[in-house]
Ligand binder design. Structure first.
Ligand SMILES: [Zn+2]
Ligand SMILES: [Zn+2]
Length: 372
């Protein structure tokens, strides 16, 4: 019997009678993290990493949630369950499930890159790994955090010197706080949209250090706004709220910004390639470090990822979650927007920055039948 299997409500563990990040209401849910497409209302009981509790309570209200520390083993039915750092957002976890000596690990969303706002990713050894593959194509390679934030600081400083507010659009939970914790806060004041500020509070309560932030209503001196970095969710783009920032320069921060077409469609001055998901080298490193012989890919470019793993001698498979993603997709996460077609990603390959540590790129995927 498989340790985990896909059932209509989600990923199910028969030995422990629980689900991981289920889409539909169930009795017992183990959550990888608090993004809306993973943490849904309506379950009887929840289990999550302690660091995720603040955000989960804000979003789900007073529900029955048990918080555990990373690495602590919990017995559920006949399964031993533990949570391990995923490096994605505050309290994000991989789920390790052991049943009669057979070990499966579910990565949830994860990244290997530096992020001062959450505990860094730790590989989990397993016989079978279920990995996300949101950015599972060789074109997706992220810059190192310091290089990337040097670009963002440079953009902010140049705008501040010419009296233009710098508005950066980023998901309110995770991405926004990573930006706050990584920019050079001496360049000017930082203004956050209310949706971002609500989550900043959860981060600060969890002990994560963020620079001082202001609501736009707190700023009395209009000249201050001209030097400000404004952090706002994507939904604020084009809203009346934006009118306060006369003459602003705007930017969008997302892994999809790797593709020229995606930058154009966003209609912003700048696209910063900033993702809370693993890039292609990161996915491959995590898969290798797990030691798993059988690897299921989910989300994004799962089919081409699985094929690539098969070429490398692993048992590469997919869980087809597209139907559920379409029906229940959240709005807080990069996985929520559907990935650009493989053809667009491959066409943009010459756009990718060089990544010397990357494994040898596989052949370009076929151009038909791979549109996620
Ligand atoms: Zn997520
Ligand atoms: Zn996700």
């Amino acid at each position: 019997m498989a340790v985990l299997e896909l059932r209509p409500p989600g990923l199910y563990c028969p030995a422990g009678d629980f689900y991981i990040d289920p889409w539909r209401a169930v009795d017992r849910a183990v959550l990888t993290h608090a993004h809306a497409d993973h943490a849904r209302r309506g379950h009887q009981r929840y289990l999550a990493q302690r660091g995720a509790l603040g955000v989960l309570r804000t979003r789900l209200g007073e529900v029955a949630i048990e918080g555990v520390d990373y690495g602590k083993q919990v017995r559920i039915g006949d399964a031993n369950v533990s949570l391990h750092p995923a490096g994605h957002v505050l309290g994000s976890s991989q789920v390790r499930v052991e049943v009669r000596g057979e070990i499966w690990a579910v990565t949830g969303d994860y990244k290997l890159g530096a992020d001062p706002t959450c505990v860094p990713f730790e590989p989990v050894r397993a016989h079978t790994l279920i990995t996300e593959s949101t950015f599972g194509l060789p074109v997706y390679r992220w810059l190192h955090n310091t290089q990337l934030f040097a670009q963002i600081d440079e953009w902010w400083r140049a705008n501040a010197e010419s009296g233009r507010p710098s508005v950066i659009h980023a998901y309110a939970f995770g991405k926004a706080q990573r930006i706050l914790a990584s920019v050079n806060a001496s360049i000017g004041p930082i203004v956050c949209h209310g949706a971002v500020e609500a989550l900043n509070r959860c981060y600060r309560e969890a002990g994560v250090s963020l620079p001082a932030t202001h609501l736009v209503s707190d700023i009395i001196d209009r000249r201050e706004l001209q030097r400000a970095l404004v952090v706002a969710p994507p939904s604020a783009q084009g809203s009346a709220w934006m009118r306060r920032f006369a003459g602003y320069s705007d930017a969008f921060a997302s892994g999809w910004m790797q593709l020229r077409g995606a930058r154009r469609r966003r209609g912003v001055d700048r696209g910063f390639v900033l993702s809370d998901h693993a890039d292609w080298p990161g996915l491959n490193r995590a898969i290798e470090a797990s030691g798993a012989q059988c690897v299921y890919a989910t989300h994004g470019y799962a089919a081409s990822m699985a094929r690539y793993l098969c070429e490398r001698g692993l048992d590469g498979r997919t869980f087809d979650t597209h139907e559920f993603d379409a029906q229940y997709g959240g709005d807080q996460d990069e996985t929520a927007g559907s990935a650009p077609a493989v053809t667009e990603a491959v066409a943009a390959a010459e756009d990718a920055p060089a990544a010397p540590e990357a494994p040898e790129a596989p052949e370009a995927p076929e151009r038909s039948g791979l549109v996620p």
